[in-house]
Structures are given as structure tokens and as C-alpha cells.
Design a protein around this ligand. Sequence first.
Ligand code: SF4
Length: 312
Amino acid sequence: MLINDCDLPLPTFRAMQKKTYVKLGDLSPSSIKMGIRQLLGNKRFKGGDQLASRQWRMYTGTLVHIGQQILLQDDPEFKCEIPMSVKFNDVSKFFKLPEDLTIGGTCDLLHIANNIYTVWDYKTLATVQMIDDEKIEGWTEQINIYRWLLIVTGTVPKVDHLYVDAFYIDWSPTKAIRSRDVNDIPCPTLTIPMWDRKKCEEVIYNKAMEYLKYKDSPWDEIPYCDDKARWYKPPKWSVCKVQPNGELGSQLKFCGFDNEEDANQKLMERIAKAKKDENFGIKKSGGESTMCKDWCDLARNGHCDFLSRNSE
Ligand code: SF4
């Protein structure tokens, strides 16, 4: 049950109480791409996410989905919000689990026209940013499992294309004009590469085996999520020009280094060759687990101590 512990406005809180999350399986395409600790923690500490962050998710992700669904409901070419679930061992051609699990999820949108089947998934991004390879990698895994589900449940005979419709929540025309890092449109389409069936089943199987191994373990014995699931980027040190306002600008060509010593050496070389009024400095980026730091409710609510133990 939700408790309005951060004093949200009444209409907002009522709307949130109405939003229900239907569980379609032990594992879903989105939980399969999580680290094992986050996956199991989200099940164990259900409802423990912060109300404010839940509100944010509702007014971004959920309302994008609902809006598209309402607007497309009379269009015969589109099918929105398709729920699917299946027992893995009943359909897997390549792997067998020692204990069967249900895999389930809801496909955002299917477009069928001229015998071409296209799957779309909506993604809402917190901030205007270029989409990096790691993000696309995570989406590729998730959306290919939707494709697998659509086929093995007999919902469609095939899927020809996979796309992500990426909505930037804080996009504005002004930002697009002023910054070259901002897309020209607020929801660009990304083509997602398609995996073969064996690769999909292998990914599901590996996560399912990890799930079975730890699902009844004491919380302290469940390993931290791996680098990929924590969105960890190794640190980089870059030599940058100091701007007239005193801030460091973007990095100089070929001056991004994996360690601080190399960056310092390059900095000295650049300073030695600097023209009058030119100044340089070093900027550090990465070295953080963005999922733990900014997104994981288990970290925010004190259920997972990865950040304090690893003092990033
Ligand atoms: S805080 Fe990080 S390591 Fe811990 S559950 Fe969340 S994502 Fe995983």
C-alpha cells in the first residue's frame, strides 16, 4: 500500500494509487538486464522505492505509454501494450532449466502492415543527452527478448524490425539549437539489431540460473551487480583548454587517458607549447556506477551498500 510520506498533491497521489504493475512472470525482459542484486532486491523490498521517484517514473514513462496507446487505439495497423508470458522450458529449443520459470512482459507497440512486423519500445530519458553504446546494448538485450516472447507465444509469426522510440523528457527547441550534444528532435528512432533465437535463450537462461542460485539466499550473500548492470564507466582523465570563464572546455584531440599520470605528462607538454593567454587543465570523467548512484532505489533506501563500500 502506498503512503503519501512526501506530501504529493492529492490528484497525483490518487493517480499513483491507480497505477498497478501486473506481474507476468518470474523474470521479464527488463529484469533480465538488471544485475542479480537489483533484480532480487526489487522483489524482496517491493514497494520500497521512494514515492517521489515513483512519481517521476509515472509522469515520464507511464504517461508516454498511455498517451501513445490512447492516440493509436483506432489505428488498425497498431497493437499497443501486448501482455505475454511463457514457461521457459516449454518453449526453449536450446536450454533447460533445473526448475522452470515463467518469462513475461508487455510489448509496447507492434506495427503490422504489408506483412511486415515491427516492434517498437518506448524509452524515456531523464535528460537530453546523446545515447551511448552501453544504453543501446541494454535496450538491444531487452527488446530482443520481447521479440523472442512475441514469437514463442505465437503472438506473431515473425518480427522484421526492432525500434526504440527514445523520448527526452527535458528536450526543448532552444537546447537543440544551442547544443550540438542535443538531438534535433525530442524522440529519435533507433534501429535495434536482431539476435538469433539461441542468443536470446542463452541470455535468459544465464540470468535464470543466477536467479535460481540466489533467490533464497540471505540478502548479504547476494553478490553486487556487475559493472555492466551498474552502468560503470572506468575513469578517464582528459587534457582540456581553460575557457575564458575559467571552466574547462571539451577535451583536446587524442588527450583522453586511462590514468592520471599520462594525462599530467601530456598537460606539461601542452603547457610548454602554449601560446600567450592559453591555459590547460585536466578533467576527470567516469569512474562511477551511474545506476547505483542515480537510479537504484535499493541504494537510496539503504538496502544496498555498494556505493559506501566502494567509495566511488
Ligand atoms: S546499488 Fe548498485 S549494486 Fe546495489 S543493487 Fe543497486 S545497482 Fe546493484
